[in-house]
Design a protein around this ligand. Structure first.
Ligand SMILES: [Zn+2]
Length: 280
């Protein structure tokens, strides 16, 4: 786990044990707002203890960008009295699959026995949710595609977007839809934040935001093209494993050893959908 400050009022905690997943803390005059929590109980407890000591502030609220375990599990380490904001679909997906996937994680590693699932207590299902915490205005907006429920949190005064996994060092759509994800990336381009705190990977700074978003859009279009060309060729499905990440303009480094697997999962998910449609 390492941490950095994006500004006086924004801390980011990054898990070096799980695909550089980010948890963000926003310091406001009303207290600390935590957006997503580290996946491992020990890391989550460290962050939960560190922030009030370091800042002298109390917690104000929690925000969950989407239902994936690497963002939600650590929420258990924060005071249970806090409200947690999220999309209505996030609450629904957690109800549908959360308990089963937590039980599976607990079977594979007892450290997850410390985790109790927390569900959003304040949700929205259309438009935006505007949320004021002290001196900060937060706009929660639906940015689906990576997952059906993903939201971004736009900090109006800072022009910073905490994107959840709508933006991540390798866009992942295996649990979502590539075209919806591209639409969300275009929406972010229009919003034109100065800084993006991605769900996974390094902060995208002023000046590189538009270039990086264009690279991610191009990546997803390429992933789709690769799936289509595999489908129309005589080649076997497993040859998708031979298509390098670099073919689609990204480097292998950003999310470590998992990078290639994530990339292959992207192509396979589109390939399998197209194949099922063709058979129907
Ligand atoms: Zn995710």
């Amino acid at each position: 786990m390492f941490w950095e400050r994006v500004s006086e009022e924004i801390y980011i905690f990054t898990s070096d044990r799980y695909a550089l997943v980010n948890s963000t803390a926003l310091l406001t005059k009303a207290g600390i707002v935590v957006i997503d929590a580290p996946p491992f109980p020990r890391e989550a407890r460290q962050v939960a203890r560190f922030l009030p000591v370091r800042t002298g502030l109390k917690y104000h609220s929690l925000i969950l960008t989407h239902y994936h375990m690497d963002h939600v599990y650590g929420m258990h380490a924060f005071p249970t009295s806090l409200d947690m904001l999220g999309h209505e679909l996030c609450r629904r997906r957690l109800k549908e699959v959360g308990e089963a996937s937590l039980e599976e994680a607990q079977r594979s590693d007892p450290m997850f026995n410390a985790v109790t699932l927390r569900y959003p207590t304040i949700t929205f299902s259309s438009g935006e949710l505007r949320f004021v915490a002290g001196n900060k205005t937060l706009r929660l907006m639906h940015l689906p595609g990576h997952s059906i429920d993903n939201i971004g949190v736009f900090l109006e005064e800072d022009q910073v977007l905490i994107s959840g996994d709508a933006v991540m060092a390798i866009p992942i759509i295996a649990d979502g839809d590539w075209e919806t994800e591209i639409a969300s990336l275009h929406k972010i381009k229009e919003l034109a934040p100065e800084t993006i705190i991605q769900g996974h990977g390094e902060v995208i700074l002023r000046g590189e935001v538009q270039t990086v978003l264009d690279r991610y859009i191009h990546y997803l279009e390429c992933v789709h093209e690769q799936a289509v060309s595999m489908l129309h060729s005589e080649r076997d499905r497993k040859e998708i494993w031979d298509i390098p990440l670099e073919t689609c303009g990204l480097e292998r480094v950003p999310l470590g050893v998992a990078s290639h697997q994530l990339h292959v999962a992207n192509i396979l998910s589109i390939y399998d959908k197209l194949k099922a449609q063709a058979a129907a």
